[in-house]
Ligand binder design. Structure first.
Ligand SMILES: [Zn+2]
Length: 194
């Protein structure tokens, strides 16, 4: 599979993150750029991330209007509507890259960890707790002195989402990579596959 275009897009996104971290964004994302982008879009990538209010993909990757598609579910759970949006992005908008972007101190992951530990949770969180039960319980069972349980659970969930998307024939040809956003530093780090 030729992922040349996707790899080049990923490099661009990480360079954008570098500008963001350095406090030197290229795009103001004001009304002028909104108008310039208005006639049509040619986004190069989709970021599939959490709903967290502190994670703003366009800022984090310093992208302008029209450059990035963003799909969000709590804990980036790849349910049908989210996957359908990614499939649409690949099929109709010709996107070659999906970045699954988790983040530190994720409330959804935290809720799942607490639910596994205490065996009780708010019934309105049923869906998410069920979806995130596996990475939460695995992280707790692997808990050790050398890593933070929440951070480990988050990485497991990123890998799990990447694996889920990567094996779908509907997304064949699309490069799916996992990454984690550090709320404090603004840095996006790629997550390896294992
Ligand atoms: Zn989150």
């Amino acid at each position: 599979m030729d992922h040349h275009r996707a790899a080049s897009t990923l490099k661009d996104l990480l360079e954008g993150n570098g500008r963001f971290v350095a406090g030197k964004p290229r795009y103001a994302r004001d009304i002028t750029s909104a108008r310039e982008a208005a006639p049509g879009q040619e986004p190069a990538a989709v970021v599939f991330t959490c709903i967290d209010s502190r994670v703003t993909a366009e800022s984090v990757f310093d992208c302008d209007f029209g450059q990035l598609l963003v799909v969000r579910t709590a804990g980036h759970v790849p349910d049908r509507a989210a996957v359908g949006s990614l499939e649409f992005s690949a099929a109709v908008l010709n996107v070659s890259l999906v970045v699954v972007l988790g983040h530190e101190r994720c409330g959804a992951i935290q809720a799942a960890l607490q639910a596994v530990e205490s065996d009780e949770h708010d019934p309105r969180a049923d869906y998410l707790v069920e979806q995130l039960w596996q990475p939460a319980s695995q992280a707790l069972s692997e808990a050790g002195e050398d890593h933070d349980t929440a951070s480990h659970a988050l990485r497991l969930q990123v890998r799990r989402t990447v694996a889920d998307l990567s094996r779908r024939s509907s997304l064949e040809g699309v490069l799916v990579v996992g990454a984690v956003y550090d709320l404090d530093t603004g840095v996006v780090s790629l997550v390896d596959e294992n």
